[in-house]
Design a protein around this ligand. Structure first.
Ligand code: GLN
Length: 505
């Protein structure tokens, strides 16, 4: 009913796979079962997962939420999907997304919008469950009833909104920068590993220099288990980190361990020796009061755990959003040129109006045939691609710019981690994105801008390829909806963000 799942696998197949997994447990002795359970918290064996609709999978449709790919069957499965299945994960189906991953609201999908799961009185129960460990203000049942407009549909975030909504039931999905925003708005964990850690083979391209496999999980430990299964070199993705680079990074971070690594004492959270930076440029006027409160509150918790929390300055932060919306559409315009009605999915076959076909305006029949072919191509793209995707293709076609992003040596860095908000607010009402209706091509620019501004907190680490995790830290006193914060670390130091996030869980 939230419109989050776009394809479910054959029930019989899933039930069969799960039954054979349970049988495996049944035949084990009690001790074995216990060790299997322990192993299970660290592995993906027996875990049920969903995959975002822009991962190729053999056997079910791969549409990326676009009419352009209706009817397309992928001949391959993404490497990460294979890795998970080979490790015993059960993939249940595919989830909704903004078309080709372009959006922050999951309203730009040919399947229609995915709604937030918090709304009615069921939502109230979920709100109370989400109160968990952080008190951003007490919410009593009465208060919640008054402050939350339970009748208004909220936005699930995007582009992985469909995945974020189902993950409430313990499932996962991915994406580039936008795995973290839906995670924050839906009160779950969202992890974007360093660029190149996981293979992109089989992940349909949006902006190749930024696209990163991501994970949405109901807990940091599930998220970590999924990440560990997928973070492997793959020769089919030229941007995937080779083994040599992986071991060099491991040596680098191991050599700095002790002075700035997370103590592995699971009983007592101990962050002694860790410096956490609070970049002042992230304090922008668009931040809602409850997000600022949650940010301050979590900094205090980190201090109580022994970390040193310091103010830092990242002066280039203010350029990140415009840089992102320059690079991403440029790459998208090139990547999406392949949806021409010849090789993939949707083909425009209806009659093309006379004035567009151009057949009568020339005497040469080969010229006319060429022109009619071009019109078929243009019509396929005009009818197959949605308004947001077309907007970005047009913008990207005029952009040809590349930035060089350098990562500082971690031994010289002033801090080990950054702590920043994930979104400027809690989940906004769906109506803020309502003009994102797939059919509405002449919407006002207000909602477009609103949609782009939502990415202001997440795109800086996407541009730098840094590992970042969004974790739910509390709920807003004003509306009772979840708030997420991000922990960001140096390139390749993915374990440190996961380990500190585990301590905060
Ligand atoms: N909201 C961003 C965009 O529309 C990010 C999307 C993503 O990471 N897939 O480009």
């Amino acid at each position: 009913s939230y419109n989050s799942i776009i394809d479910l696998r054959e029930k019989e197949q899933v039930v069969q796979d799960y039954a054979s997994f349970l049988k495996q447990i049944d035949t084990k002795s009690e001790n074995d079962t216990r060790s299997l359970q322990r192993k299970q918290s660290e592995s993906v064996e027996g875990k049920t997962l969903f995959v975002k609709g822009n991962y190729s999978t053999k056997g079910e449709p791969t549409t990326c939420g676009s009419k352009a790919l209706f009817g397309y069957d992928s001949p391959i499965s993404a490497t990460v999907v294979d890795l998970l299945e080979n490790s015993g994960a059960l993939i249940l189906g595919k989830t909704n997304l903004d078309e080709f991953g372009m959006g922050s609201s999951t309203t730009f999908s040919a399947y229609g919008p995915t709604k937030h799961f918090l709304k009615t009185n069921d939502g109230l129960e979920a709100v109370n469950k989400l109160k968990k460990h952080v008190d951003v203000g007490e919410i009593t049942s009465n208060e919640t009833q008054n402050s939350v407009n339970l009748e208004e549909d909220r936005c699930s975030g995007g582009s992985s909104g469909g995945s974020a909504v189902v993950v409430g039931a313990g499932l996962w999905s991915d994406t580039g920068g936008s795995v973290r925003l839906p995670a924050s708005w839906c009160g779950v964990v969202g992890f974007k590993p360093s660029y190149g850690q996981c293979s992109r083979y089989g992940l349909v391209e949006y902006a190749s220099s930024l696209d990163t496999v991501g994970i949405l999980g109901e807990s940091v430990s599930t998220t970590k288990a999924v990440y560990k299964t997928m973070a492997k070199y793959d020769s089919k993705d030229m941007s995937c980190l080779p083994e040599k680079a992986r071991s060099a990074l491991e040596r680098l971070y191991n050599s700095t361990k002790g002075s700035n690594s997370v103590a592995s004492d699971h009983e007592k959270p101990n962050l002694k020796g860790i410096r956490v930076g609070i970049p002042q440029e992230y304090y922008i006027k668009e931040l809602s009061e409850s997000v600022v409160q949650a940010w301050k509150h979590t900094s205090k918790i980190l201090e109580q755990m022994g970390a040193e929390v310091v103010k830092v300055s990242l002066p280039h932060t203010k350029y990140a959003l415009s840089t992102y919306y320059t690079i991403a559409p440029a790459e998208a315009s090139s990547n999406l040129a392949r949806y021409d009605g010849i090789r993939y999915g949707y083909k425009h076959t209806d009659e093309i109006p006379d004035e567009a076909s151009g057949t009568s305006s020339t005497s040469s029949s080969s010229y006319a045939a060429g022109r009619s072919f071009m019109n078929k191509y243009a019509y396929t793209r005009a009818m197959g691609l949605g308004p947001e995707v077309q907007r970005r293709i047009m913008l990207g076609t005029f952009v040809l710019s590349v930035g060089t992003l350098r990562c500082k040596n971690p031994t010289e860095s002033a801090v080990d981690l950054l702590l920043v908000p994930t979104g400027c607010s809690t989940a906004p009402p769906l109506s803020a994105f309502s003009a994102g209706d797939h059919e509405n091509k002449s919407a006002s620019s207000d909602y477009i801008l609103h949609s782009y501004v939502n990415d202001v907190m997440t795109v800086p680490s996407s541009l730098a390829g840094l590992p970042s995790i969004s974790i739910p830290v509390g709920i807003s006193k004003t509306d009772g909806f979840p708030i997420g914060l991000q922990l960001i670390s140096q390139f390749g130091n993915d374990d440190s963000v996961l380990d500190v996030a585990l301590k905060l869980e």
